[in-house]
Structure formats: C-alpha cells, structure tokens
Design a protein. Structure first.
Lengths: 532, 137
C-alpha cells in the first residue's frame, strides 16, 4: 500500500462541515476499497460529528439541552449526582479523598515488630532448615493440597478410606445397616436417618447384637429388641438431628415434638397388651386425640407460619395398622386403674398451651416409668447369631426408600457402592447382600482375567464367554504373541536357536532380553568401578 | 469291437463333492487399555463363543496386542493372510468383519470385468468372420 503522509494537525476541523463528506467511523470497516472516501486524518482525536460545534455558544446550549432531555427520559426528573461538578476544579468535592471525607477504609493489620522473631540471623549453612523439594516431598505436598484426610480421626470421615473386603466385617456391616434401618421403620421414622452424617462410630454399638431378626411369612423383616435399645438409638439419631435443625431455625419446639414422638413410639411398643388400653386411649389410642394432639404440636408458634420450604419434617399422623409387627413383646405392663385421670388432664392441657407440652412430656415419661417399674417381665435379650438366624433371601425388598437407605448406610460403613442398576433389580435382602460381596471383590481389569472369572462361576443359565475356555478350536493367550512364539508353535524355534548358537549369535526371546540387558548393565557398572 | 465307456473322473472343484472352507485360522487381537478395542472386546465376550461353535473347522486365537488397534487376521489354505483393522467398531460390525474373513478365499481382491467366469467352453463357439451371416453388397 502506498504510504500516505499524515498531516500534523487534523484537517477536518479546517474543512467545512458537510455530512456527506464525513465518513462515519463505525460503518466503513467492512466496505471494499472503492467505496471508501478520501483518507481522513487520524482518528486519534475521536472526532465526532459534533466536533467543531462547541465553538459557538448557542450550539453548546442546544447540545446540553438535548443531553438533559435524554437524562430526564432515562433517569427521571432528578439530576444525576455530580452533574454540575467539575472534576478539574481544585475545590470540587470529587477531588476529596474518601479518607478525608471520613469514610471507613480497610487497612491491613500492621505487623508488630519483634514479636516471636527474636534476634534474626541469616543462615549460612542448611543445617536445621526446612528442606523443600524432591519426589517424596512433592508427593506429600500433593496429598496435603488435596485435603487433610484426617487419618487419625475416622469419625469425621463420611465413609472409610479403604474399602472393606473382609467377609466378617461385611457381614457385621450388613447386619448393622439392616437393623438400624428396620428399627427406624418400626419407629415410623425416616429410614435414611440412620445414615445422618453426624452419626459416626467406627465400632458397632453393642445393642445391635441383642436384636433378633425374624422373617415373617409375608416376606417382611421383624425385629425383637429391648426397649432401651430403641430409646438409645432414637435418641442418638433423632435428638441430634432434631437439635441441629432446631438450632438452625431457632425452633425449639421441633425438639420437643420429636421427643414426644419418641416417647409415643416407646409407649406403643411397651404397652401392647389390651389391658393397658387406658394408656393407649389417653395418649394415642383414640383417633380423635391423635389429630388434635398433632395439630396442637404443630400450632405451637403462631407468629411464625409453617414454612413449606424448610427442611423441618412434619410429624406424621399415626397409622392404626402398621406393616411391621413386633412378634414377641419384651415388656409387659399392668395397668394402674388410677392412672387415666392425670393423663387425661394433662392431655387437655397440651392442646392449649406450649408449656403444657413440656409438662405433659415429663408427666407421661414419669407415668411410663412408674408403670414399667410395677411389673416387668423382660426376656433375656438373645445375641443374634447373624445371618444364619434369618435367611436374607426370604425377606422381600420392594420399597425403594428402604433400598436406598440400606445402600446409603452400607456406603457409610464399608465405602462400597451398590450401583443403581443392581439396586433396582434386587428384590430381596439376599440379593443386596450378594451385590455387596461382589462389590468388595476387585473386578478383573484384563479381558483374559474376566473370561477366567466368568468361567469360575457355576450354575450359569446363559452361556457366555466362559465357553471360550472349553471350546477345542479356541486358544486364549495371556501375553502378546511374538515371532518367537509363532516359530515355537510350528516347531521351527529349536532349529533356529541351534543355528544361532552354532554361529555365536545372540539368541533373544521375550524372556532372554531382560537377562541380557541386566548382564550388559552389570558389565558397564564393573567397568565404571574399575575406572574410579 | 466293443466300445469302452468314457471314464469319468471326479471333478476337482471345491464344493462339487466335499466342501473345504478356505479360511483355516482367525487371530483376534485386542488391547486392554485402548478405547478403540471396546467393540472387539465386546465381541470376544459375547459373540465369539457362538462363532467358534458354528465353525469348528476354523482355529481361533485370542491374544492381547498392547498399544495397537484391534485387528482380525485370517489365514487361508493357499498360504496368504488377510488382516482387517476393526478399530472403533461396534460388536456387530466386528462380527460382520469376522464373517467376511470367514467367507473369503485367500485370493487377492480382483476386479471382475466379465459377467460370467466359467471353465466350460462356449456353447455356441467363438465368433469368426467366416461362419455367419453373409453380407451382400
């Protein structure tokens, strides 16, 4: 391109203003050369159409009027702040720094000199100084960056760091998960409460072994446990969770609700006999009492309406028929005929005021304790022998909530995952148990190992790749097939080897190569040793 | 003089009497790590057993070939080999290639220009200008 000399001053100001002559900056970027107008001066001056207009006074006023009109349209009647402020005027408020104006400024905390340092001497040698660098250090550094896995403190981890593979540990974990989940179901709580993150404990609680499992004829699991086990468990699970939520939302009533529920559940479990109907009626038996009581519990705080978006669980209405049946009652009670009146009174109180709930709770608790103390026949809790007592395959698993709760708890206890596909297809506890054991076994990575593993499985209905092991015309090889292998197959290798050795030529097979290399390396090292 | 009967000899053509499959061996190579071997591995796990059962006359070898694309090599009776790289193919596509190799003979692939290839001589004879319709001017 021909170089066009640039004038020192912009020429457009000297020229008269004709719009047709003036190329607009924005439009001409894509136009071909023949449509371009005569070259103008450099656009460094940010020349606009209105350049040269401010010479005359009336034009300036007109321009300002236009600007003001648009400001009014866009921003409203009020003038923007700093509209008439000249930033170049030394007295303008724009020039005053925020510090002088009195605004708060964020300042760095100045380090106090001499604290903890003592007398500082620059080191001359590296004795005693921290060494940074090297493979080992790099590895540790990367691990540190990933996050402190808190190796010593298993409690804070969600799941164990290493997958559990031992059979006995898996058995225990499975039993624990089953017991916890079904106990929660029996207590009419959310089954996933068992796997609340706060509930860590590396050791199995002892009461789990006191729970006896039975398979009901309809395919459901029945548990027999002492009531203190349930109480302990519910406290651990509910109270902590409820308390956390209460703390979060500042609703203390939630805690009380749960405790009342828990006591309720306890009462139901303990007073199963028809003789103790009075307590049932007083507390939970009559259907009328239930909704009012539930309503009373919910309506405790009328200032705060019920928040549908919060996570606070709503206490469920008591179902008369329960799918879980407690087979053998571990506690029988005799009814004190004088008991109905105080409980009825208390019940009346509960529906009126908030404080009455607390008093009712304590009163009911006391009542139960006194009643329990009167005549108790507790069966000796038998130590369950584990899966041998109940055949897991007999117990049906249809509810996806239970499946999910079990798999979640198992993940927490063993860090083994049961895939969704397997979960979906498992219909009994036994299936779940099998999947857990399968997950514990490491899957073979190589195809040949997978084929061999398939071959070991017995009672396979559908034939698959294990046939490859048995077919007479199929050969499976572990390693890469080389020329030497091909010659060996045919029988030529012996001849080749003999011929090579006869001529003192190197004979290399897959295995020999390594040996020869090592020999060479040893020879070299010997040479070096001599040289030094 | 009594006429002697025409001595008939068995026609030496594969398929007239017995049929011998030309493919005598198939080598299936795969890689445990590479992704291009996924279809091949799936084929080995699912369809190969059925294929091998149906073709007891073919010797089948399955061996890993690390860091290479999967390949099927067919060995034929005429001593030649044919290799097909089955990289990034699905299970069914690999099966198709295996069938292709099984059906092939070891001959080189040739373009067929003529519509009919036959060992029989022509029925009506080869044309000559002397025997045919006479052109009269």
């Amino acid at each position: 391109m021909r170089r066009i000399p640039r004038p020192q001053r912009p020429i457009e100001n000297l020229l008269p203003y004709y719009p047709s002559w003036r190329p607009r900056l924005v439009c001409f970027t894509g136009f071909p050369a023949r449509y371009r107008f005569s070259p103008t001066s450099a656009t460094f001056s940010s020349s606009t159409r209105y350049n040269g207009i401010f010479d005359g006074k009336p034009d300036k006023k007109k321009h300002q009027a236009m600007v003001r009109r648009w400001q009014k349209r866009l921003l409203g009647e009020s003038e923007p702040i700093g509209a008439h402020v000249d930033p170049y005027d030394p007295t303008s408020p724009v020039r005053i720094t925020p510090e002088e104006q009195g605004e708060e400024q964020e300042m760095l905390e100045e380090a106090e000199d001499g604290e903890g340092l003592g007398e500082y001497e620059e080191a001359v040698t590296w004795d005693g100084l921290e060494v940074v660098g090297g493979e080992k250090w790099a590895k540790e550094f990367n691990e540190w960056q990933k996050g402190d896995k808190l190796r010593g403190w298993e409690g804070s981890a969600y799941a164990p760091q290493t997958k559990v593979t031992e059979q006995s540990q898996l058995n225990n974990a499975f039993l624990r998960a089953v017991v916890e989940t079904y106990m929660l179901i029996q207590a009419k709580q959310e089954p996933t409460l068992a796997s609340h993150p706060e509930r860590f404990s590396s050791e199995d609680p002892t009461w789990i072994y006191n729970v006896k499992l039975h398979a009901a004829p309809d395919g459901q699991l029945e548990l027999n446990f002492p009531p203190e086990a349930m109480k302990e468990f519910l406290e651990e699970v509910n109270y902590r969770e409820a308390k956390e939520q209460a703390v979060e939302e500042g609703l203390e009533e939630v805690v009380e609700e749960y405790i009342a529920e828990e006591v309720h559940a306890e009462a139901e479990n303990s007073s199963h006999e028809p003789g103790s109907q009075s307590i049932d009626n007083a507390i939970a038996g009559s259907t009328d009492a239930v909704p009012t009581k539930a309503a009373a519990l919910v309506k405790q705080n009328e200032k705060k309406p019920f928040d549908f978006m919060s996570n606070r669980p709503v206490p469920r209405a008591k179902r008369e028929e329960s799918t879980m049946t407690v087979d053998e009652v571990t506690e029988t009670t005799t009814v004190n005929p004088e008991s109905p009146s105080p409980t009825a009174e208390l019940e009346a109180l509960a529906s009126t005021s908030e404080e009455a709930v607390a008093t009712m709770r304590t009163a009911v608790r006391n009542a139960i304790e006194t009643l329990a103390a009167q005549s108790i026949s507790i069966q000796n809790p038998t130590v369950s022998e584990g899966p041998e007592l109940v055949d897991y395959y007999e117990i049906q698993l249809t509810d996806p909530q239970i499946k999910f709760a079990l798999s979640k708890r198992l993940l927490q206890l063993t860090s083994l995952r049961i895939t969704d596909h397997l979960l979906n297809n498992s219909s009994t506890l036994g299936d779940l148990y099998t999947h857990l054991l399968a997950a514990a076994k490491p899957k073979p990575k190589k195809l040949i190992d997978q084929i061999r593993a398939e071959g070991e499985i017995q009672d396979k209905v559908k034939p698959g790749m294990e046939d490859l092991l048995r077919l007479p015309n199929v050969k499976l090889k572990d390693k890469r097939v080389t020329k030497v292998d091909k010659e060996r197959e045919v029988g030529r290798w012996k001849v080749i080897e003999y011929a090579l050795r006869e001529r003192d030529l190197p004979v290399f097979t897959k295995d020999d190569v390594v040996e020869d290399r090592l020999k060479m390396e040893r020879r070299k090292s010997r040479l070096w040793a001599r040289a030094v | 003089m009594p006429l002697s009967a025409i001595r008939t000899v068995a026609k030496p053509q594969n398929g007239v009497g017995a049929f011998i499959l030309q493919c005598k061996r198939l080598d299936f190579h795969y890689c445990d790590w590479a992704g291009s071997s996924r279809g091949m591995k799936k084929f080995i796990k699912t369809n190969l057993a059925i294929f091998a059962k149906r073709n007891p006359q073919i010797e089948i070898t399955v061996s890993p070939r690390p860091n290479k694309h999967p390949v099927i090599i067919g060995h034929y009776i005429n001593g030649r080999q044919k290799a097909i790289c089955v990289r990034n193919m699905t299970n069914n596509e690999v099966k198709q290639k295996a069938d292709l190799l099984r059906h092939a003979s070891g001959e080189k692939l040739q373009r067929l220009n003529k519509p009919v290839m036959s060992l029989n001589e022509s029925v009506r004879g080869i044309w000559s200008p002397f025997h045919g319709t006479k052109i009269q001017i």
